[in-house]
Design a protein around this ligand. Sequence first.
Ligand code: GLU
Length: 454
Amino acid sequence: MKLRFAPSPTGYLHLGNTRTALVNWLFSRRYGGEFILRMDDTDLERSKSEYESQILEDLAWLGLNHDHFYKQSDRLGLYEKATQELKASGRLYACYETPEELDLQRKVQASSGRPPRYNRAGLNLTEEEKAKFEKEGREPHWRFLLKSEDVVWNDLVRGEVVIHAEEMSDPVLIRADGSPVYTLASCVDDLDMDVTHVLRGEDHVANTAVQIQLMEALSGKACEIQFGHTALITGAQGEGLSKRVGSLSVKELRMEGLEALAICCLLAKLGTSQSIVPHVTMQTLVDEFDINAFGRSAPKLSTDELWQLNGKILQLMTYDQIMPRLEESGVTEVSSEFWSVIRGNIEKMDEVQGWWEILYGDDTYPTEETEFIGGAEAVLPEEPWDETTCKAWVEAIKLETGRKGKELFMPLREALTGRIHGPELKDLILFMGREKVLERLRNARGESNESDAL
Ligand code: GLU
């Protein structure tokens, strides 16, 4: 079993094509197949090496490792050979229309209510007519002669698909500058690389019909590849994702602090009958992967959902799992206790830094509630401290100050952490210990500042 992800390095990975990469990767890993990464870079004008290296970096970061890597620009000889074969068998014919002439043709067709289909004028040109065009300086582009028959396949997502090829335009396979178009290169490669399954977005359904005919013309036998076309993801309002490439590129989401696993957990299940749940390993996603679970309606993706999942994933991580991530973000030498105290409050990795400063640092969090904090300080239990200490302290504060609930907890938290929300107070004070708690309370009242000044 061989699958491939074939991005065109003409832009960054966004969540739409990342999902295609992930689905192919999961399928290959689920069934012990091979995963090919292929750069579809025959469009020399639009392909950029900057995009290629970013795609490689993003895929590695996502954990989508490949078994083979190819670039179509290294394989031009194969496409040339295929071109000659198609010409010899009469399936590739020269056309001389300029883009403006083709445009006019489409407009005329549209105004008489006909579908925009190439009129095959090139097919009937005599040698003299061709020579005349070339004398005028026109270089031909080459079209694949489609057979006027239905192309039928059993799609892994959509079930039986029937495409009426007689309604389609013969596709251009070779540009006027002699370079091969994606369709030709992709078919040559899929055959040459023995690809067995092609999973991609449903925007490729019509391409698949053409590609099946082309692969059959090239190989001389029925196409054996199994195709699956997933419904395209839309934004929360149903708008196309690619229009928002900027805001949803993997590169940018990573820079904003999103975990790779959040992207994978969401995209592996989006648009399927399976529920979206946080996981802390890719293996779980591999084990649960089921192409039959993908439905036909367009799933909506919201970035809020992605961030919520991010928080849940971080909260599920054990100390051993989070440690490498903490080190990456510059937080080293933290104990497993630290992680268990704060993990329930983390939505984003960079928030760890803030809690690290609060719990390990010696910042001061001044309060105007000096009297109340003084009261709390006066009844702070002596050591040794344990799980019951916090409850005893809170009871004592109630008695001492007459406060309870929010009125009691908010200023206390603020004096201890500078924040009104955070980890459970009981865990927080146990982690800090009596000396630090006392120091924070004093500092909050401005006490030691005074003594510092002395
Ligand atoms: N380079 C094509 C794309 O990015 C690949 C499509 C495919 O054959 O999977 O749309």
